[in-house]
Design a protein around this ligand. Structure first.
Ligand SMILES: *Cc1c(COP(=O)(O)O)cnc(C)c1O
Length: 236
């Protein structure tokens, strides 16, 4: 039987793998952020990853996000929290102002609500635009041919700072397909950079999860979102 690995062991292994992959493709390991995806896991799991060195955590469900952060604050636990899950406008209130970065902005109604609440609190909220790179209409994220219009809309919001793009690719182990989708995201990101008012702030590509993060790093990903490989299977 396989020995049970601790969260600290898994974290260290992932950190090493991210480091090695970055070097193997000529990138600076410090340019890659590991977002430890703690959805559906207790805060004690987060604490273990934190003790091993993790500092950025990602959550998918708005209420769980808010509750976990409140619990973490009572423990005086200083980490950065990202919201990465599907977002509806009526749930934005749970996410702001705690989210250092929202990875999943892709509808006008959500953007409107982020703007409204950010303005009310006098903060600037950093967001990524989630793009549907799969070519399947059932997937969430904005279609590549609608991004220009959406970006224009985002630039009109004084309290939203767009930082880059995010994708969840097709669920497949076909590396050629995954590479194609990651390349598409990177290409769209590069094209949009040309028209950016502040190109240095347009610097994030959130792509890659437990099974495909090395591929995503080779294709230029700056933020990998890793859940299972750090925390184990989610039981729900
Ligand atoms: C759950 C989730 C992840 C992490 O997935 P793993 O396969 O467990 O690493 C990453 N990104 C998003 C958007 C998720 O919902």
């Amino acid at each position: 039987m396989q020995q049970m690995q601790s969260i600290a062991d898994r974290w260290k292994r992932i950190e090493q793998e991210v480091h090695d992959t970055a070097l193997s493709c000529g990138r600076n390991p410090q340019d890659i952020t590991i977002v430890a995806v703690s959805k559906m896991h207790a805060l004690s799991y987060v604490q273990q990853a934190y003790d091993a060195g993790a500092r950025v955590f990602g959550e998918n469900y708005a209420q769980e996000f808010r509750d976990k952060i409140q619990e973490a604050q009572s423990l005086d636990f200083t980490s950065e929290w990202h919201f990465i899950g599907a977002l509806q406008s009526n749930k934005v209130k749970y996410v702001i102002p705690h989210a250092k970065l929202i990875h999943s902005c892709s509808t006008a109604s959500v953007a409107d609500e982020i703007q409204r609440l950010s303005k009310k609190l006098d903060i600037i909220t950093h967001v990524l635009v989630q793009v549907n790179t799969s070519g399947e209409s059932s997937k969430s994220g904005i279609e590549p041919n609608q991004i220009d219009a959406f970006m224009e809309q985002l630039h009109g919001y004084a309290n939203i700072k767009p930082r880059g793009l995010m994708t969840i690719p097709t669920a497949t182990d076909d590396n050629a397909q995954l590479s194609k989708e990651f390349t598409l995201l990177r290409t769209i990101h590069e094209n949009l950079k040309q028209t950016c008012e502040h190109p240095n702030d347009w610097d994030i590509l959130s792509m890659g999860m437990s099974d495909d993060f090395t591929l995503a790093i080779r294709e230029g990903g700056t933020h990998v979102r890793i859940g299972t490989a750090i925390f184990g299977e989610r039981t729900q």
